[in-house]
Design a protein around this ligand. Structure first.
Ligand code: SAM
Length: 283
């Protein structure tokens, strides 16, 4: 049985297929044996819940997901890993490897084709260079999934999970909280990867909401306001909104007053309710 956390085994399969790590593709493979079983257990995959994985790499997480789920569809961009995966995952018959870019493929169609109307979760050790775009794409498209359990850099995890209105929050926190309830699961040290990255990581789980947590009249406006508010972090909210929404400062002040928000507030003090009132007032 192939042991995908045995460094010498993984190295020998990779070198047999002439594979060398690409930094540009965020290729840091997990070698800590306790991480993947834990992710597979916590992501909600089961006999009746399928999994979409992004970036299987050499298949270490895929292997664990295939043990707990009836089916895994794994999307890998790097063609060089296809023969590696055929070898490392040969014991499973419930894995479909899809070669392509997760940012370009039609994910809704893949879910429909691979899982029919069945329940699906996403579970992945995401390539760090596209962490936020992948998460936001999956959330914004409102794909029919229950949750996303993803490994991201620790700093990104803190920002994603930060409650809007708290010091660490940013535009991504507000966007993520709009679509989901984030949960910090566990931290993973940089020594758990090959090659080791410069920073530690964390696994987070985003539980998809059925309803947004705030009442808004226009979703586009809500996100426009959030983006504008955080567009210039060092400036006050009023100044950022003025440039981000192309509005004269006086109008912004009137808008903030109409929404019941202090005119000298800072973006990171804004709760989801504050953003919702502001977006509704702007319409
Ligand atoms: N799951 C493996 C693990 O945990 O060891 C590998 C994780 S590694 C951090 C990220 C993986 O995503 C790599 O295999 C990389 O080739 C792949 N990848 C990078 N960009 C991608 C993209 N746009 N679409 C799909 N996969 C991508």
């Amino acid at each position: 049985m192939s042991n995908l956390t045995d460094i010498s085994y993984v190295k020998s399969v990779l070198s047999k297929h002439g594979f060398t790590f690409s930094k540009a593709l965020g290729q840091n493979f997990l070698i800590n044996p306790s991480v993947c079983p834990k992710m597979a257990e916590l992501c909600g995959a089961s006999d009746s819940v399928g999994v979409i994985e992004v970036g299987p790499g050499a298949g270490v997480l895929t292997n664990e997901l295939a043990k707990v789920s009836h089916k895994v569809a794994a999307i890998e961009l790097d063609k060089r890993l296809l023969p590696v995966l055929s070898e490392t995952l040969s014991e499973h018959d419930n894995i479909k490897i899809i070669n392509g870019d997760v940012m370009k493929l039609d994910l809704r169609q893949i879910i429909e084709e691979e899982f029919g109307g069945g329940e699906v979760v996403v579970c992945a050790n995401l390539p760090y260079y596209i962490t936020s775009p992948v998460i936001m794409r999956i959330l914004e498209e409102r794909l029919p999934i229950q949750s996303l359990t993803v490994m991201v850099q620790k700093e990104a995890a803190d920002r994603i999970c930060a409650k809007p209105g708290t010091r660490e929050s940013g535009a991504i926190s507000a966007a993520v909280h709009f679509y989901s309830e984030p949960e910090m699961l566990f931290k993973v040290s940089k020594g758990s990867f090959m090659p080791a990255p410069k920073v530690d990581s964390a696994v987070i789980k985003l539980h998809i909401r059925k309803q947004p947590p705030v009442d808004i009249s226009n979703e586009k406006m809500f996100f426009k306001v959030v983006r504008a508010a955080f567009s210039q972090r060092r400036k006050t909210l009023a100044n950022s909104l003025s440039s981000g929404l192309s509005m004269p400062k006086q109008e912004v002040t009137a808008l903030l007053e109409k929404a019941g928000i202090r005119t000298n507030a800072r973006a990171e003090e804004m709760t989801m309710e504050d953003f919702a009132r502001l977006a509704n007032a702007k319409l």
